[in-house]
Design a protein around this ligand. Sequence first.
Ligand SMILES: C[S@@+](CC[C@H](N)C(=O)[O-])C[C@H]1O[C@@H](n2cnc3c(N)ncnc32)[C@H](O)[C@@H]1O
Length: 304
Amino acid sequence: MCSQDLNFETLLNYLRQKHHFDFTNYKREGLMRRISNRMQQVSITDFSKYHDYLEADSEEFVNLFNIIENNFTYFFRDIADWDYLSNQIIPQIIASKSSKEPIRTWSAGCSSGQETYTLAMILAEVLGLEQFRQRVQIYGTDIDQEALNQARQGSYLSNHVTNVPGSLLNKYFERADDRYVFRRDLGSSIFFRRHNMIEAPPLSQIDLLLCRNTLIYFNLEAQTKVLMRFHFSLKHSGFLFLGRSEMAPNSDLFTSLNLQHRIFAKVPGGHLNPHLLVKAFKRPQYGSDKLSRLMPGQLSPFLA
Ligand SMILES: C[S@@+](CC[C@H](N)C(=O)[O-])C[C@H]1O[C@@H](n2cnc3c(N)ncnc32)[C@H](O)[C@@H]1O
């Protein structure tokens, strides 16, 4: 290992011990690029010097975190995939239930909420507003408290809603000055929480789980861990909706329904080898409530 790599690993260990954030789960190449970007902004070229800088400036970790966690998102991202979900998958979920049964969905890595509200709109369109209010539960989770605060507000500038079809914009958003606010009367079905999908216990009894454009940042071990947790989360008949950039998950756990649209069904009883299973459910030794110093509020992992 060259000295630059060694300094990089030392830096990652420092972040884990001091800030309780385990970036070792992230792909090395992308992580190095992002940390280097931040170093460039503060005119530092060496990982060990940046380590010193982090130690000296207590606020620097927030800046670094915001660069590492890519929150990029928009409404109806990859619209053809949403069409498929709306026309082919959601009707199957509805048909598999009695008219009073709840429909539980989870948008994991929801960023500032655009994906979660997109899901709310398509569910409300298929079910009707009354059934939506009575039956739908949508959990939006992310590790980034700042993004979640935006999500909870559900308030977006006009240039952020350009992808929302006009009829849906009129129906689901109210104008407030220069912003569009997602209608409050549907808000009681939508719950935003901080949750680290790599470490915290997963939700359960989920019918439809969205995890889009997030797994791509994790290394293979973390991806496997998360997918095993998602397998646990889903009901026997549950569906998984990934992003375009994500690889198909292990076929022991999920079977592909439409690879192009990244829709998968849970393989009931499916499992990977027991060694991996133990690893996937082992709690970390260090604190799991990341960034608690920086982000007070709903920090505990939650179970439904
Ligand atoms: C690129 S955004 C994707 C947003 C949305 N899913 C989409 O496809 O438009 C990735 C999100 O995953 C979140 N994230 C990264 N690591 C996470 C983790 N371990 N647990 C939960 N969320 C995480 C980031 O904070 C970020 O908001």
